[in-house]
Design a protein around this ligand. Structure first.
Ligand SMILES: [Zn+2]
Length: 278
C-alpha cells in the first residue's frame, strides 16, 4: 500500500444539523461517516428517517446505539439490545447494511467489543485521540482530534487515561506546543501529513452551531482538501483495510508503553519529552 496521508472524519449523534454539516463536507469533497442513534436519551433531537436515508446516499452511515446510552452504565442484556436494535432499526430506516459502530461517550468495556462483533458490525470507533498511525484493533478505531476548543489540560488528561502512549506521543508533543486549540489542530494535521499517517477528525454538529465554529471548520476543511488528495479522503470503514495492510513489524508497539515516562509528564517535565519526540 502506498504511503500517503489520509483523512477521515466522523460526525456523531445524528443531530438535524448534520444536514448542514453534509453540505459543508460536500462543498470540499470530504468523505465522512455519520454515527446515528435512533433517539437520544439526553433529549437532543435526531434526524428524521428521510434525512437519514438522504445522508446515507452520499456518506457512510454507522450506528451509535438505539438511544445513545453509555454502554458501561447498562446491564449486559440492555447493552446488547441497544447495540442490536440500533443496528437493525437504522438498517430498516436507510435500506442498507450498517457496518460501523461508535461507542456513545467513548465508554465501553471488553464485553461490549464482543457484543458489537456478535451483532455483525465490522468495526467500532472510540474517542481515543492523538493517533495518526494506521494500525489499530478493528473494534477500537482511534481518532486524532475533536473539532472542539479543548484546553491543553484536557488533551493531556485524555493522553494519560487512554493509554497507547507510544503511538500517541508525537501528537501529544505537537499539541503541547500550541496554546490555541485551532492552531493545535492545524499542527496535528501537518504532523499527520508529514508522517503520511491518518488524520481522523470528529465532531458534533450541535457543538459547531453552539460555538459558532462553522467558518473555522470550513477553513480547516479547505486546508485538508488542499493537502490531501481526493483518493486519500476515506470513510471510516476504509480505514480497516488501511490498518490491515500495515505490516505488524514495527507497527505493533503497544507493548513498548513503558518507553514513555508518564511520571515525567505528570511532573511537568514536558519540554524534555517534546524534544525527544521531534
Ligand atoms: Zn455520541
Amino acid at each position: 500500500m502506498s504511503a500517503l496521508p489520509r483523512f477521515s472524519m466522523s460526525v456523531d449523534d445524528g443531530h438535524p444539523l448534520d444536514l448542514r454539516m453534509a453540505d459543508l463536507l460536500q462543498s470540499h469533497g470530504i468523505k465522512a461517516t455519520f454515527y446515528l442513534p435512533l433517539a437520544n436519551q439526553e433529549g437532543a433531537p435526531v434526524l428524521s428517517p428521510a434525512s437519514m436515508r438522504q445522508l446515507a446516499q452520499t456518506f457512510e452511515v454507522g450506528s451509535h446505539t438505539r438511544s445513545h446510552r453509555f454502554l458501561n452504565t447498562l446491564p449486559g442484556a440492555e447493552a446488547w439490545r441497544e447495540i442490536v436494535d440500533g443496528k437493525q432499526q437504522l438498517q430498516d430506516q436507510i435500506g442498507e447494511e450498517v457496518e460501523g459502530f461508535c461507542y456513545p461517550g467513548g465508554r465501553y468495556q471488553h464485553i461490549h467489543k464482543l457484543q458489537v462483533r456478535s451483532a455483525g458490525f465490522r468495526y467500532a470507533r472510540t474517542t481515543q485521540n492523538l493517533r495518526i498511525d494506521m494500525k489499530f484493533p478493528v473494534y477500537e478505531m482511534p481518532t486524532t482530534a475533536q473539532f472542539y476548543p479543548h484546553t491543553r489540560t484536557v488533551f493531556f488528561r485524555n493522553f494519560i487515561s487512554q493509554r497507547h502512549w507510544t503511538k500517541r506521543r508525537a501528537a501529544l508533543s505537537v499539541s503541547m506546543t500550541a496554546d490555541d486549540w485551532l492552531i493545535r489542530l492545524y499542527a496535528l494535521l501537518d504532523l499527520s501529513i508529514a508522517r503520511q499517517g491518518v488524520f481522523h477528525l470528529w465532531c458534533h454538529s450541535i457543538d459547531i452551531e453552539k460555538l459558532q465554529l462553522w467558518n473555522q471548520l470550513d477553513t480547516f476543511l479547505r486546508r485538508v482538501a488542499d493537502y490531501i488528495g481526493t483518493e486519500q479522503r476515506v470513510y471510516n470503514r476504509d480505514l480497516i483495510a488501511v490498518s490491515a495492510a500495515v505490516s505488524t513489524v514495527g507497527g505493533s508497539q503497544q507493548s513498548a508503553v513503558k518507553a514513555i515516562n508518564v511520571n515525567a509528564f505528570k511532573a511537568g517535565e514536558l519540554k524534555r519529552e517534546e524534544s525527544d519526540a521531534n
